[in-house]
Design a protein around this ligand. Structure first.
Ligand code: GLA
Ligand code: ZN
Length: 671
C-alpha cells in the first residue's frame, strides 16, 4: 500500500468533478484553473454507470481516460467513485430485481438515485463486473490514488424477495433453532410465534409497533447487507488495484446504518459535510458539525477525509439555503482539518446546468465566472497548501470520549421513549457542552477500548450486556470518571428488558437505583443543586434512590420534589455520575466542569459562543486550532502567546478573531 499511504494522509484540498456533465473542451480549462488555484485532487464517476457501460457488457472508459489524463497533466490526483448507486436504465429494465421494494409494496423506481437493493443478485453481479473492469483499467494510472465505494449509503428497509430470503438465511445462521429465535425475540406476545422458517419475513406492513427484538435484528441484517455489498466491491479492487486506498463517504448523521460496521473494513472513513448556512443556525450548527466530524474520526479512530464540503447555497432536496456568509467556506473547511480531516474535497467545482441538483451550488456558478465564493476557496487552497507539510501526520489525542452506537440509535428510534427524546439530539447536547468548555472529545463505538481516557460520557446505554457493563465498571474502578444518564441498562442486546432495578447492570458502579420514573416529555421541570441554583429539565425523570452514591441535584417539582435527580458515586479509584433527567445546557456544563476538575482535565470557562478549540499533534509537534465559527468578533484569552502557523507572526495571549476567523498556533513549546 505504498502509494496509497502517502496519498491519504496528505493535507490538501480537492473538488468533486463530473466530466460527463461538461463539454470536453472545458476539462482542460477547468484543470488549468484548478492547478493555479492549488487544488490537488478530484473525485469522479460515482454516478456515471450509464456512460461507463452504455449497454450490457460494453464498457467505455475512453472518455474517463481522456478526463483523467487531462487532470494528470495538471498534476491533479483522482479518486474514482464506483457507480453502483445509480444502475442505468437498461440494467434495471433487464433486471428489475435490482429495485428496492418498500413495505407497502411500492417499488423504488429509477429516476433519482439509490434505486438499488444491496441484496439483489443482479446488482451484485453487475456491480462486481463493472468495478473489476474499472479497477483493472485504472490500477496503474499514475493519477488514480483510490476509490470511493458507492455513494452515501443509508439503511434500506427493503422488502424485495431477495431481502426476504436472505433475512431468513441470516436468522437461521444466527439461531440454533426456531425455538431459540422465538424465545429470544419473545414472539409469544400477540401470538407471533414462528412455526416454520419460511414464515420469517421482513417487517411487511412497516416498522411501527412490531416486535422490537425482531426490528432490531432486521436493521442489523440490513447493515450486514450493505457491508457484504461493499466487501464484494472491495475484494475486487484489492485484487486488481492493491496499491489504492478504499473509502466511503458517510453523510447526514445520525444514520440507522451501522457506520462503524461498514467503516471498519475501509482504509479510512470519509464524510460529506454541509454545515447549515442559515443565520438561525449560527448558535447550534457549528456544534452539531463538530459532533459529525468527531463521530467520523471515531469510525476508524484515525484521521479521515471530507469527500464533499459545502461550497455554495444547497438546494434540490429542499428549497435553497442561504449562501455561505463571507469566511464561512474557509472557516468550516478548517474546522474539518482541526478535527482530523486530511483531504477536504469541495462539492462541487461548478453548479450543474442540468439535472435535479442544478441549484445545489458549487464553487463556480452556472455563468462559469468565478465569483466571491471561488475567491474565498482559492485563498483557502493557498493557506492549506502553505501549512500542509507541518500538519501532515498530526492527529487529535483527546482525554474525553462519548460512547455511541447505531444499535442504541435504532432501538431507541424504533420505540421512542417519550416526546422530545432523541438519542442523537441528546448526544449533541452533551457534546456541545464539552465543546463549549474547550474539552476535546472522541466519539467512539461502545465496543472500542476505553483505556487512556479520563472522562467517559455515556448517554442512554439503553441496550446493555454484561460485557459492556463490566468494561465501564473497570474503567471507573481504575480511576476514570463516568457520566451515565437515564434510559441506561434497560434492555439486553436483543431488546429484551432486564428484570432488575435500573440502571440494572450499572447500578453497582453508579451506587444508585431508580425507584420509579416519570416520562415528562416536553413538560418543563426543574432540578435544584445544593447551592440552591435551579436548572430546567425535560424528557424523563428517574426518581433516584442512592445506595452508596450521594445526591448532588434534586427534583424541584411535582410529587417527587426533593427526590434525588443526579448522583455521584466513588467506585474503586474513580467516580460515576448518574444523571436521571435531561438537564439544560447550563447544568450539563456545570456538571462537566465538576467532573473535569475531579479528573484533572483542563477546560476553558469563558470561551465565546461559536469558538471551538482543538489540537492536532504528534510526538514532536502540536498545533492549537482556534476557530471563530460565529458572525461576531471573538476575544479569546488563552493565557499564553504563541507563534501563528498561518502568518508566522507571534500572537498576543488574548486573541481577537474576526467573524469566521481562524488561527492555528504552534503550541509545541510555549513561547
Ligand atoms: C450528497 C451527494 C452528492 C450531492 C450532494 C448534494 O452529499 O453525495 O452527490 O447530491 O449530496 O445534494
Ligand atoms: Zn431488497
Amino acid at each position: 500500500m505504498t502509494q496509497s499511504t502517502t496519498a491519504f494522509s496528505n493535507v490538501q484540498v480537492g473538488v468533486d468533478y463530473y466530466p460527463e456533465h461538461w463539454d470536453e473542451t472545458m476539462w482542460e480549462q477547468d484543470a488549468a484553473l484548478m492547478q493555479t488555484t492549488g487544488v490537488k485532487l478530484i473525485r469522479v464517476a460515482e454516478f456515471a454507470w450509464s456512460r461507463l457501460e452504455p449497454e450490457d457488457g460494453r464498457f467505455d472508459f475512453a472518455w474517463l481516460d481522456r478526463a483523467v489524463d487531462t487532470f494528470h497533466r495538471y498534476g491533479i490526483q483522482v479518486v474514482i467513485g464506483t457507480p453502483t448507486n445509480t444502475p442505468p436504465r437498461w440494467l434495471t429494465s433487464k433486471h428489475p430485481d435490482i429495485l428496492p421494494i418498500q413495505h407497502n409494496g411500492d417499488i423504488v423506481q429509477p429516476g433519482v438515485r439509490g434505486h438499488r437493493c444491496f441484496n439483489s443478485p443482479s446488482l451484485l453481479q453487475y456491480s462486481i463486473r463493472i468495478v473489476s473492469e474499472l479497477a483493472k483499467h485504472y490500477s496503474n494510472h499514475p493519477a488514480v490514488c483510490g476509490w470511493q465505494i458507492d455513494n452515501e449509503y443509508w439503511l434500506l428497509e427493503c422488502h424485495c424477495p431477495s431481502c426476504n430470503t436472505r433475512f431468513r438465511e441470516w436468522a437461521e445462521a444466527r439461531y440454533a433453532s426456531l425455538k431459540e429465535l422465538n424465545d429470544a425475540w419473545g414472539t409469544v406476545v400477540w401470538s407471533g410465534e414462528y412455526s416454520d422458517w419460511s414464515e420469517i419475513t421482513t417487517p411487511l406492513g412497516g416498522t411501527a409497533n412490531q416486535n422490537p427484538s425482531f426490528l432490531l435484528e432486521y436493521h442489523r441484517f440490513q447493515s450486514d447487507s450493505a457491508l457484504r455489498f461493499q466487501r464484494k466491491q472491495m475484494e475486487v479492487i484489492r485484487q486488481y488495484a492493491p496499491g489504492h486506498f478504499i473509502t466511503h463517504n458517510f453523510h447526514s448523521y445520525p444514520q440507522k446504518m451501522d457506520i462503524h460496521l461498514i467503516g471498519a473494513e475501509l482504509d479510512f472513513a470519509s464524510f460529506d459535510y454541509y454545515p447549515n448556512t442559515s443565520p438561525d443556525k449560527t448558535a447550534t450548527g457549528p456544534y452539531s458539525g463538530a459532533l459529525s466530524l468527531d463521530l467520523t474520526r471515531g469510525i476508524k479512530r484515525r484521521n479521515f477525509w471530507i469527500m464533499e464540503q459545502l461550497s455554495g447555497p444547497p438546494g434540490c432536496w429542499f428549497p435553497n439555503w442561504r449562501t455561505p456568509y463571507p469566511g464561512f467556506i474557509r472557516a468550516f473547511s478548517w474546522q474539518t482539518i482541526a478535527r482530523g480531516a486530511d483531504t477536504v474535497v469541495h462539492f462541487r467545482w461548478r453548479s450543474a446546468i442540468q439535472g435535479a441538483e442544478q441549484f445545489w451550488h458549487g464553487l463556480i456558478d452556472h455563468s462559469n465566472v468565478p465569483g466571491r465564493r471561488f475567491k474565498e476557496f482559492a485563498d483557502l487552497c493557498r493557506e492549506v497548501n502553505s501549512v500542509a507539510a507541518q500538519l501532515e501526520g498530526t492527529t487529535l489525542r483527546n482525554d474525553a470520549a462519548i460512547l455511541y452506537s447505531s444499535d442504541q440509535l435504532v432501538a431507541l428510534g424504533n420505540q421512542k421513549p417519550v416526546d422530545g427524546f432523541d438519542y442523537y439530539e441528546n448526544i449533541k447536547a452533551w457534546h456541545r457542552a464539552l465543546t463549549k468548555l474547550g474539552i476535546g472529545v472522541d466519539v467512539i463505538h461502545t465496543k472500542e477500548a476505553l483505556e487512556g481516557y479520563k472522562i467517559l460520557l455515556v448517554p442512554h446505554l439503553y441496550l446493555l450486556d454484561e460485557h459492556l457493563a463490566g468494561r465501564i465498571e473497570q474503567f471507573a474502578a481504575s480511576g476514570g470518571t463516568v457520566i451515565l444518564t437515564h434510559r441506561s441498562g434497560v434492555k439486553d442486546h436483543l431488546s429484551v428488558c432486564h428484570m432488575q432495578p435500573l440502571p440494572a447492570l450499572l447500578s453497582n458502579c453508579a451506587g444508585v437505583v431508580v425507584s420509579e420514573y416519570d416520562p415528562i416529555g416536553n413538560d418543563v421541570h426543574h432540578i435544584r443543586t445544593s447551592d440552591q441554583k435551579q436548572f430546567t429539565s425535560t424528557q424523563w425523570n428517574d426518581l433516584l434512590e442512592p445506595v452508596t452514591a450521594e445526591a448532588i441535584a434534586w427534583y424541584a417539582d411535582d410529587f417527587y420534589e426533593g427526590v434525588p435527580a443526579v448522583t455521584r458515586n466513588r467506585y474503586g479509584n474513580g467516580t460515576v455520575y448518574y444523571v436521571g433527567t435531561q438537564p439544560d445546557d447550563a447544568y450539563m456544563e456545570r456538571l462537566i466542569q465538576e467532573a473535569a476538575e475531579g479528573a484533572d482535565l483542563p477546560y476553558y470557562e469563558n470561551l465565546p459562543e461559536g469558538v471551538q478549540l482543538s489540537v492536532r499533534q504528534n510526538e514532536t509537534k502540536a498545533y492549537l486550532f482556534v476557530l471563530n465559527l460565529s458572525r461576531q468578533e471573538a476575544v479569546i484569552d488563552l493565557g499564553y502567546s504563541y507563534v501563528s502557523l498561518l502568518t508566522a507572526g507571534k500572537q498576543p495571549s488574548t486573541l481577537v478573531l474576526p467573524p469566521y476567523g481562524v488561527e492555528i498556533l504552534n503550541i509545541s513549546t510555549p513561547s
